[in-house]
Write a protein that binds this ligand. Structure first.
Ligand SMILES: Cc1cc2nc3c(=O)[nH]c(=O)nc-3n(C[C@H](O)[C@H](O)[C@H](O)COP(=O)(O)OP(=O)(O)OC[C@H]3O[C@@H](n4cnc5c(N)ncnc54)[C@H](O)[C@@H]3O)c2cc1C
Length: 503
């Protein structure tokens, strides 16, 4: 890093910052990515505990078979050839446990449709409507699948609440619970979730579902290596305290150590509300500031487990365990530190293909549950007041609840696992600065869809936004947000052609 003028400084090294950096570096720009944490990668990072590698914010990716939506993006970014993807079971990539009943979710829309009709024959017509609507919506929205260019992007027509839509087409009871059981992947209840969000996530994983074998090629390192091989520079431990602005135009950044770095453009990829701390807030209209500070999706509490390989039920599928048929209840619980039960626990494992250490007969499993903003605030208070005692006790309590929840389905759990670590939304907040430890950033509700939608350009010339709150959540959505931004800078057709044609 030196004081030369960069074409672009990207703030944040998560998937969105890296994707923007790689795209612009491939176009010959001189790019610097600055990251406040000591390790690059944001939520794509992994960490080691008790000899195992665990993911933080990437457990599985959808639509990676050739010609599927995310495949195009990862191929273009140079990731398809460098990462080792492991496909989940076609016949059951997700297992959903409800009280007294378990469902295996297969890949493939038709297969799933037939399976649902077998289980819910009385709702056959509604199931068919659901799948034909899903197909219709997906083919009429822009960006999610770069190979589809709808005549007109109809995204805004599909923002009605999911619950309302399901009711309108006659989906009810247990079928409704099953179809909305993937809501932890977008962190929003069916009462508030825009239909579009549900269809995008469901379509993505039904197309195909993969995990990344990160043991040899971690996602975050691979991203950084691709970026650097295109001439980019990454600087960690570099927290931006000020975005320099002159005549309403961004001119560079000042780091916490007072280092001044100049650039023609600045891209901010962290939680968007943070720009109010690093830019004079009066540059933005009050209504915009209010939108940046609106509600966020819940945070995640995780327990990292070493699970004996011989008994681990997650080799080829992920698992949701619900303690009731009311899927939305998981978003209402605000007191899990006391009497509330968890509602839902999600389990996923890191694949370990071709491991050199054959003596290790355990699998790295993460068990996750959502934590609402009030409880996160409490955990934050405990963390600040007493970095060890009270906070640790609270974490232990939630971890114990998670284990108890899993035991209802896997009674022999305790004999087969060792707890390697626990983390809370406070951990995410510390490492990525995400607001309230939110897993997916700003909550885009059906009721306030436009307020939750942001453009990459800001009122400040040459200052741009990207990230999961700007696009849609997840790795796919975060990449889309950066592609959208780069289309604005480089030309929409120009970039789309490059992405789609790089086969
Ligand atoms: C527990 C969990 C599990 C998940 N599982 C999946 C999954 O299986 N599949 C999937 O697709 N998605 C998953 N997600 C979501 C996915 O991880 C995110 O949508 C995505 O990684 C967000 O990327 P981002 O670049 O927008 O943000 P981040 O990864 O948070 O990157 C933003 C970066 O900006 C940096 N930053 C902020 N402010 C500053 C500053 N002032 N100076 C310097 N740096 C700064 C932060 O430190 C951070 O590194 C999961 C999320 C969570 C929390």
């Amino acid at each position: 890093m030196n004081n030369h003028l960069y074409d672009t400084i990207v703030i944040g090294s998560g998937i969105s910052g890296m994707a923007a950096g790689i795209i612009l570096a491939m176009e010959g720009e001189r790019i610097l990515i600055v990251e406040q944490h000591s390790v690059a990668g944001g939520m794509t990072q992994t960490y080691s505990r008790k000899g195992k590698l665990f993911p933080t914010g990437v457990h599985r990716l959808g639509s990676l078979d050739q010609g599927q939506p995310l495949w195009y993006y990862l191929k273009y970014l140079g990731l398809m050839d460098r990462l080792d993807f492991v496909k989940l079971d076609d016949n059951c990539f997700e297992k959903v446990y409800f009280p007294g009943k378990t469902y295996d979710i297969p890949m493939g829309h038709d297969t799933y449709q037939h399976r649902l009709i077998e289980s819910f024959p009385d709702q056959e017509k509604s199931i068919s409507t659901y799948f034909s609507d899903l197909k219709h919506v997906i083919s009429n929205i822009g960006m999610y699948d770069p190979s589809i260019t709808p005549q007109k992007d109809l995204s805004l027509q599909y923002t009605l609440p999911l619950e309302k839509y399901l009711d309108a087409i006659g989906i009810s009871g247990r079928l409704k619970s099953l179809l909305t059981a993937n809501s932890p992947l977008y962190g929003i209840s069916s009462l508030e979730c825009p239909l579009l969000t549900h269809f995008i996530i469901s379509d993505s994983y039904l197309n195909s579902s993969f995990r990344i074998n990160e043991t040899n090629t971690p996602f975050s390192d691979t991203l950084a290596n691709i970026f650097k091989s295109n001439g980019g520079e990454v600087s960690v431990n570099s927290c931006v305290k000020t975005i320099m602005i002159k005549d309403r135009t961004a001119t560079g950044v000042i780091l916490n150590n007072n280092e001044v770095l100049l650039s023609k453009k600045v891209i901010f990829s962290g939680h968007p509300c943070l720009i109010l701390d690093i830019c004079p807030p009066e540059l933005f209209r009050p209504v915009f500031r209010k939108r940046l500070n609106q509600d966020n999706t819940p945070g995640s509490f995780g327990v990292a487990l070493k699970w004996k390989k011989a008994t681990c039920p997650l080799e080829k599928n992920d698992v949701y365990i619900y303690d009731s048929w009311d899927v939305n209840d998981q978003f209402n619980r605000e007191n899990i530190l006391k009497e509330d039960s968890l509602g839902m626990v999600y389990l996923s494992a890191l694949p370990e293909v071709n491991r050199s250490d054959t003596s290790d007969q355990t699998v790295a499993v993460t068990a996750l549950t959502g934590i609402g903003s009030k409880e996160t605030a409490l955990l934050n208070k405990y963390y600040k007041e007493s970095k060890t005692a009270t906070y640790q006790t609270a974490k232990n309590k939630i971890a114990e609840k998670i284990l108890h929840h899993i035991e209802q389905v896997f009674p022999d759990l305790r004999e087969n696992i060792e707890v390697a670590d626990t983390y809370s939304p406070v951990t995410f907040q510390r490492y990525t600065l995400t607001k309230n430890g939110s897993a997916y950033g700003i909550k885009k509700t059906a009721q306030h869809f436009l307020e939750g939608s942001f453009l990459p350009a800001t009122k400040v010339k040459n200052l741009f936004l990207t990230g999961q709150s700007i696009g849609f959540n997840g790795i796919h959505g975060s990449i889309v947000s950066s592609v959208n931004l780069c289309q604005m800078l480089l030309g929409k057709e120009y970039l789309t052609d490059k992405i789609v044609q790089k086969k």
